[in-house]
Write a protein of this length. Structure first.
Length: 755
């Protein structure tokens, strides 16, 4: 038996794969040849009979074997791609045919000096005497290094006499099957681009061509560089890697780095199996390490948390895999990894989302190409930062109506909502999604404050005009987002104003949980902030940092190592705030505690004042609106008592009120603000519901008294007795009224005013 000489595997060309019938014909011919050879050896010991015309039958078998081999069966492809010597190939073939027929094992036990009825190196030495090579089973040779053969070596047994078996995956490959090894499919899967992905944008295709030029500079058979793909856009990096792999005639398989084995031995086996699979079939690896810290990052063991420790272990597993495989590997990371110490070349590419102009062109094409499509494309590409594949999917999910009018308006709204759903950040551990329902009518503020809020809304609504049409984003890379600070005492309407802005602009509002953001472990806070801002960069959402002074406080003098790390966190936060292109709303009741460098980066600072007497009257009317003259209160209360209230939204989804003295309520709640009044109104509504009546002064007055008690505020008990006269004005309220009159501000609820 002869084997073709080993050749180096091509880098970017797929081999001519045979048909399974040709593989079966080859293996049948090989089985016949090797069986005749083993029978001749066993016959010399008198253990079996030979055919009467052994020489003629062996010649026919050899001719059949040579003919089958000339059609390049899978076995021939395998030994070429794995670069096996002639003896290694024949030893592997002997193990393969042993799986086809039990006769081979029986005959192996009959040959001279056989250690047993199994394939062994000792048997192969007799079957292929002129080719024998002790190095065939060396740990660094392909049979063992690439896990082609399993060696069962009990204690006291030599390598020469130990049983040999072919790896199951190698056996199936020789039979013409091309499925990936089962041990890899546990953490790998073939990447399939979205059905509507379409072609890559020109900006990404240009990077693909640059990468292909870089790969072609490496000699055929040489170790290829690791391709590091940097950036937050997972889908964009996946599609980029898929396009590159397709140009190299390779199928892309994707795995998550954190799922790699932590055991050194398991990782070593996995890396060897992957290297073997890369040689057998044209595949490339996409390794998602976006959630891992770069190896060697500045995180000491003494400050390392459990999550950071797991990240470090996973990063080491990635490095072991990279060292073992010399084939095409895409490493998806958030920032470049230092791989020079591994002796591996690497190419690094920043894969951002397509340029806004490219996004706009795809929107226009996907929406029909007419004037309405162009209008929506300009709006959506200016407010959302999406990959072109996502754009095509959203446009496909929202079919274009045939008629205009209300259907066209609903179509535009559905497109906007579809974009919001696509970019809605998955931040359950860091932020709570708040469904904004408040409108401008709910805000009771001085006119200048309302004008400031309206200006904030307009800067978000028209940013695509200033940033893109007027070229601001072409000249500046920072400061393009909108960061605003709402400062004021608790309950003065800061969170409500944020909800009004989000509702008016149709943005998702995410309230940031500072306890989940700030970590005691070094480096974890920056990682949480990076996840937060990266997820929000695509638009369609607003970030609300309540009690921002806890996170954006003043930097301290460095007295110990912990102070240095805390200042690093603040510096990183200030940098991300400046780079963030979305809407970030921060609230605080301790404005003086905020870092001055941070305040300089804010475009708006809105100070929420304590409401004056007129504003408190307006607040009470919003919370408990007067209904006299609009409803038959007796009938409404009767229906409510019977359990039928609320069935008709147009008539009954209101809080029934009666005979409320709003000036008196404002006087009684003189020490409260809007938040306190809201709590009292809710408690009053439940008191009225329990008494099966409309909300009256007999319910609101004790509710106000309870709220004052809860907040530890002083009051005159006689003010809440029946028939009490109006209480005096508190010093705080008197000062608020004085400032209002001095500044000429007047109360205005914004209902009916378009902003």
């Amino acid at each position: 038996m002869k084997s073709t000489a080993p050749q180096s595997a091509p880098v970017v060309t797929m081999p001519n794969l045979p048909l399974p019938e040709q593989d079966l014909a080859f293996l049948s011919a090989a089985l016949h040849c090797l069986e005749l050879r083993l029978r001749k050896l066993a016959h010399g010991e008198g253990h079996c009979e030979l055919p009467s015309d052994y020489a003629g039958e062996f010649k026919k078998a050899q001719e059949a074997f040579d003919h089958a081999r000339s059609h390049r069966p899978s076995f021939e492809v395998m030994i070429e791609r794995l670069q096996l010597t002639q003896f290694e190939a024949h030893l592997l073939l002997l193990c393969i045919v042993n799986e086809l027929s039990s006769v081979i094992s029986v005959l192996c036990g009959m040959v001279p000096h056989s250690p047993g009825a199994y394939v062994s190196l000792a048997v192969a030495k007799l079957v292929f005497p002129g080719e024998f090579d002790w190095a065939a089973l060396s740990p660094d040779r392909p049979l063992r290094r690439l896990r082609l053969i399993d060696i069962t070596q009990p204690a006291g047994r030599t390598l020469l006499t130990s049983p040999l078996r072919v790896e199951e995956r190698v056996f199936h490959y020789a039979r013409g099957e091309r499925d990936l090894d089962d041990r890899l499919t546990a953490w790998l899967h073939q990447f399939e681009p979205p059905s509507l992905a379409g072609p890559l944008p020109d900006s990404h295709l240009e990077i693909v061509n640059n990468l292909l030029d870089g790969l072609h500079r490496f000699p055929r058979g040489a170790a290829l560089p690791v391709v590091q793909l940097v950036g937050p856009d997972r889908l964009g990096k996946q599609l980029f890697a898929h396009e590159t792999a397709a140009n190299c005639c390779r199928t892309l398989f994707q795995g998550v780095a954190s799922a790699l084995p932590s055991s050194i031995n398991e990782m070593d086996d996995l890396a060897r199996i992957w290297e073997r699979e890369c040689r057998l079939i044209p595949i490339a690896l996409y390794l998602d390490a976006d959630d891992l810290d770069p190896p060697g990052s500045d995180v000491t063991d003494s400050h390392q948390g459990a999550a950071t420790g797991l990240s470090a272990v996973s990063a080491q597993s990635v490095l072991r895999l990279i060292v073992r495989t010399h084939r095409l590997v895409f490493l998806s990371v958030r920032e470049r990894w230092p791989l020079n110490s591994l002796g591996r070349d690497s190419l690094t590419f920043d894969i951002g989302r397509p340029h806004p102009d490219e996004q706009e062109d795809v929107w226009i094409e996907s929406l029909g190409g007419d004037a309405h499509a162009e209008q929506q494309a300009t709006l959506l590409s200016g407010q959302f930062d999406l990959h072109t594949a996502v754009i095509r999917q959203v446009a496909n999910d929202v079919p274009r109506p045939d008629h205009h009018g209300r259907e066209l308006v609903r179509w535009k709204d559905a497109l906007w909502d579809g974009c919001r759903q696509e970019v809605r950040p998955k931040l359950e551990s860091l932020a709570a999604h708040l469904d904004p329902k408040a409108n401008w009518e709910r805000l009771v503020l001085p006119e200048p404050h309302l004008e400031q809020l309206a200006e904030i809304a307009n800067q978000i609504r028209f940013r695509h005009v200033v940033h893109r049409r007027w070229g601001l984003s072409d000249r500046f890379s920072r400061g393009l987002g909108l960061s605003v600070l709402f400062a004021g005492e608790s309950g003065t309407g800061k969170t409500l104003a944020a909800e009004v802005l989000a509702c008016d602009l149709r943005l998702d509002l995410f309230v940031i949980d500072l306890s989940a953001i700030v970590s005691k472990y070094v480096g974890e806070t920056e990682k949480n902030l990076r996840r937060l801002f990266d997820a929000a960069e695509q638009g369609g959402c607003a970030l609300l940092f309540n009690e921002a002074d806890a996170l954006f406080g003043k930097r301290s003098a460095v007295k110990e190592s912990q102070d240095r790390f805390a200042n690093i966190e603040i510096d990183y936060l200030l940098q991300r705030m400046e780079e963030f292109r979305g809407l970030a709303i921060l609230t605080t009741n301790r404005k003086s505690d905020l870092d001055q460098a941070f305040l300089r980066r804010l475009r708006f600072i809105v100070d929420f004042p304590t409401p004056d007497r007129s504003q408190m009257i307006a607040i009470w009317k919003l919370l408990l609106p007067p209904l006299e003259g609009y409803f038959d209160l007796d009938q409404l209360v009767e229906q409510m008592s019977a359990g039928r209230a609320g069935r008709h939204p147009d008539q009954h989804r209101v809080i029934p009120t009666k005979n409320l003295d709003y000036p008196l309520l404002a006087q009684l709640s003189d020490q409260l603000n809007g938040g306190g009044a809201f709590n009292a109104s809710i408690n009053a509504a439940f008191r009225a519901a329990a008494s099966r009546s409309a909300v009256g002064m007999e319910h609101v007055k004790p509710a106000i008294k309870a709220e004052l008690d809860k907040q530890g505020l002083s009051y005159r008990p006689s003010d809440f007795e029946e028939g009490a006269t109006s209480p005096p004005v508190s010093p705080q309220r008197r000062e608020a009224d004085r400032l209002r009159q001095a500044n000429g501000n007047h109360v205005k609820a914004v209902g009916g005013t378009k902003r």
